[in-house]
Design a protein around this ligand. Structure first.
Ligand SMILES: Nc1ncnc2c1ncn2[C@@H]1O[C@H](COP(=O)(O)OP(=O)(O)OP(=O)(O)O)[C@@H](O)[C@H]1O
Ligand SMILES: [Mg+2]
Length: 333
């Protein structure tokens, strides 16, 4: 028995792009650099936040076994995911489910939605009775506030992106997975349905005891659903901690920047205002070759931040931060 569901153990992911022979032939993209975290074996939602290009989807793809790490290990219940896919693929697929807008072709374009859901029930839950399957599908849709008569009988491309995302939760209700890997699950949903989706997610956690890696660049929804937050910056984890604490008192300068750029309620106007906006496209070019990943943008950058890479250290209350401003590292600065 292990105490974790998912564990990233010193994982680095390097993509090689372009032609050329050997490691130095093409261009290398370090999408993840020495990433370690765990999702414990208890119901809970862990949000993974970071701006575009920080490596979030790479983590999702590794967690689902769609990629293998260049360095390090990705474990589910103590076993490497590649092992699960070799020897126990169906159990892994039943227990670890993707909630994406279009989760890697789970929606076969030639199958109607009913058939997609029925096949999942047959393959993963061994339910062969079509009528029984249909009643489960209809019930699950109703539970999640969808209208079966409007959705069933259609092809995936006849549904909106938001409807497809909500269908993924219907699938969760049917399959009862242990872990959801949700990569930007509400990106296509408008504000009113977004709240319903997030409520549904919280409900699944409560009633089915599901855990979820909730990936987003939006701290507002992370704050709404997450128990814990992991902050990713240019392929490195810079902060981990209890969600409320991280948002209320961000420690890493990058987390502070993210929290500052959340939509803050304006008490005078009673409206939401945008505190600061970041042009992520130009900033993602600013990835240093060495030193702290955030040093070009950090208002506190010191000499040591250019020379070394700060370790992710525990600073009390389960909070971890990778910054020379904290812990023993601070005294040596
Ligand atoms: N198959 C690939 N080949 C080459 N580079 C890749 C590949 N997949 C991802 N990358 C690169 O790895 C980095 C991380 O990409 P990733 O998709 O994980 O970011 P992300 O945080 O999900 O961004 P977004 O918020 O825009 O979805 C980026 O620089 C990206 O260009
Ligand atoms: Mg992504």
């Amino acid at each position: 028995m292990t105490d974790h569901l998912l564990k990233f153990d010193n994982v680095s992911m390097i993509f090689k792009i372009g032609g050329g022979l050997g490691l130095f032939g093409g261009k290398r993209v370090v999408a993840l650099n020495d990433v370690s975290f765990t999702i414990p074996d208890k119901p809970g939602i862990v949000a993974l936040v970071g701006e575009s290009g920080s490596g979030k989807s790479t983590i999702a793809r590794l967690a689902l076994g769609l990629l293998r790490p260049t360095v390090g290990q990705v474990l589910y219940r103590g076993r490497e995911i590649s092992e699960w896919l070799k020897s126990d693929k169906y159990r892994f697929r039943r227990e670890v489910q993707a909630v994406f807008q279009d989760p890697y072709g789970i929606y076969n374009p030639y199958y109607k939605v009913d058939r997609v859901l029925y096949l999942a029930l047959r393959k993963l839950m061994r339910i062969n009775d079509r009528e029984y399957a249909q009643s489960l599908i209809v019930n699950a849709m109703k539970t999640l506030g969808m209208r079966p008569e409007e959705v069933l009988g259609r092809y995936p491309h006849q549904l909106s992106g938001g409807e497809r995302q909500r269908l993924m939760l219907v699938l969760s209700l049917l399959i009862k997975p242990r872990l959801l890997i949700a990569d930007e699950p509400v990106s296509m949903i408008d504000a009113s349905l977004r709240a319903i989706f997030l409520e549904n997610l919280l409900e699944l956690k409560k009633t089915l005891g599901i855990s979820c890696l909730y990936i987003t660049h939006d701290l507002i929804t992370a704050n709404y659903v997450a128990d814990e937050i992991i902050v990713l910056c240019h392929g490195k984890i810079v902060e981990i901690g209890d969600a409320t604490n991280v948002i209320r008192d961000p420690l890493h300068p990058y987390t502070k920047l993210l929290v500052d750029s959340m939509l803050l309620p304006d008490p005078r106007a009673g409206k939401a205002i945008e505190a600061a906006s970041i042009d992520v496209r130009s900033l993602s070019e600013l990835k240093p070759e060495k030193g702290c990943v955030f040093r070009y943008r950090c208002p506190y950058a010191m000499k040591v931040c250019v020379e070394g890479v700060p370790d992710l250290i525990e600073v009390g209350d389960g909070r971890k931060v990778a910054c020379y401003l904290y812990g023993e590292q601070a005294s040596s600065v």
